[in-house]
Design a protein. Structure first.
Ligand code: NAD
Ligand code: MN
Length: 358
């Protein structure tokens, strides 16, 4: 029996609600399939933990995490901790410390879900976000604090190695998709150095993938293309900041932030990869039992695929699509379902799949 060690970090806000739903679905799948088992360990690292202890990740925490096959992450961010403290305290040390440089963000409109776009069914994208450097490299500082001449700098850092590896990763993804199309997104008109280097390295790497069609768009222009001509995009590669923004737009255009998944991958598998819904802590709905767990279920499917459990991943995606087609929707999708009822519905579809196959 194949066994995977999963580190669950539910975190803050609706994080614990959706991660517990996600684990329930994963356990159901593992129990049915017979082929694999999950050993799940919970890590209580969160903003409450930080307020009590003074740190998000205890000493040696990353070393412990390193023993796992994958990390299943909820969300971090609380009203009583500044966002830059929570983000840099928990999520970024894991993503950057484990060199999870490829952030994969698929977007499509699931059956039954209503896109705010009339042509929303044309959305079938994968946004590849550089996840280790760029605008979130943590390079910058504050000088003359509190004085009238106070200065703040925020320096984006782009390395040839970092840019080349994300482009190569994006080409590999594009090459495996039916349309084999990759769009490079930068802002190399206004930003003359790092962004121009991004463009140059892209076309160098492109030579190794002659079967992939490429084009290029400035980041501002690509937002209009996403809205007006969604069918013209397939795979998009962009920097840490740009892709962060574009993927929230992609999530909204696909129906809700509550369905969008993401994988933070260390493609070389030197470290565990981390899987999380795109959304944050969602303070406005925390504790109400209405958080949409679908982003987390889709995330779980990406995690299963990464672990090599492709049939289970496909079964889970099929179950997700069946319940969205049936209109089992939480309020963000215009329905009255709860986190628990969506979870039960998915588990029932999974059970029916097994009965049908038997
Ligand atoms: P958010 O994603 O938490 O919420 C934005 C809106 O989307 C809210 O109205 C929320 O109710 C809704 N929403 C989000 N997820 C949903 C779900 N599963 N089901 C139904 N509705 C959902 O973003 P925000 O309000 O900008 O940020 C809140 C906190 O989360 C902040 O502290 C922020 O720093 C943090 N955050 C963390 C992550 C992360 O951990 N990766 C990502 C984004 C934001
Ligand atoms: Mn974001």
């Amino acid at each position: 029996m194949r066994e995977y060690k999963i580190a669950a970090i539910p975190g803050d806000g609706i994080g614990p609600e959706v991660i517990s739903a996600g684990l329930q679905v994963l356990e159901t799948l593992a129990g049915q399939d017979g082929g694999f088992k999950l050993g799940v360990e919970h890590f209580p690292w969160s903003s409450d933990y930080y307020l009590e202890k003074g740190y998000y990740i205890p000493e040696g925490g990353l070393e412990r995490l390193k023993q796992f096959d994958a990390i299943f992450f909820g969300a971090v961010g609380a009203l009583n901790v500044p966002d830059h403290v929570s983000l840099w305290g928990l999520r970024l040390p894991i993503a950057q410390g484990f060199d999870q440089y490829a952030n994969v963000r698929p977007a499509r409109v699931l059956p039954g879900v209503k896109s705010p776009l009339a042509n929303g069914k044309d959305i079938d994208w994968v946004i590849i976000r550089e996840n280790s450097e760029g605008e979130y490299a943590g390079n910058g500082g504050r000088t003359h604090r509190g004085l009238p001449i106070e200065t703040g700098t925020e320096t984006a850092v782009f390395t040839r190695a970092g840019v080349e590896r994300i482009h190569r990763f994006a080409f590999e993804i594009a090459q495996k998709r039916p349309r084999k199309h990759l769009t490079l997104v930068t802002k190399s008109n206004a930003q003359r150095f790092g962004m121009v280097m991004w463009d140059e390295i892209f076309y160098e790497v492109a030579k190794d993938y002659p079967d992939v069609k490429v084009d290029r768009e400035l980041v501002d222009a690509v937002t209009t293309r996403m809205v007006l001509k969604p069918h013209t995009l397939d795979v998009v590669v962009a920097t840490n900041l740009h892709a962060d923004i574009l993927s929230d737009l992609a999530a909204a255009l696909s129906g809700s932030l509550g369905i969008a998944p993401t994988a933070n991958l260390n493609p070389e598998r030197l470290f565990p990869s981390m899987f999380e819904p795109i959304h944050g802590s969602a303070f406005d709905i925390t504790g109400k039992g209405v958080a949409n767990p679908i982003a987390t279920f889709w995330t779980a499917a990406m995690m299963l695929e990464h672990l090599g459990e492709k049939p289970a991943a496909e079964r889970l995606m099929a179950a997700i699509e069946q319940i969205t087609a049936n209109g089992v929707f939480t309020p963000d999708l215009g329905g009255h379902a709860t986190t628990a009822s969506v979870t039960e519905a998915i588990c029932k579809v999974l059970a029916d799949q097994v009965k049908k196959a038997a």
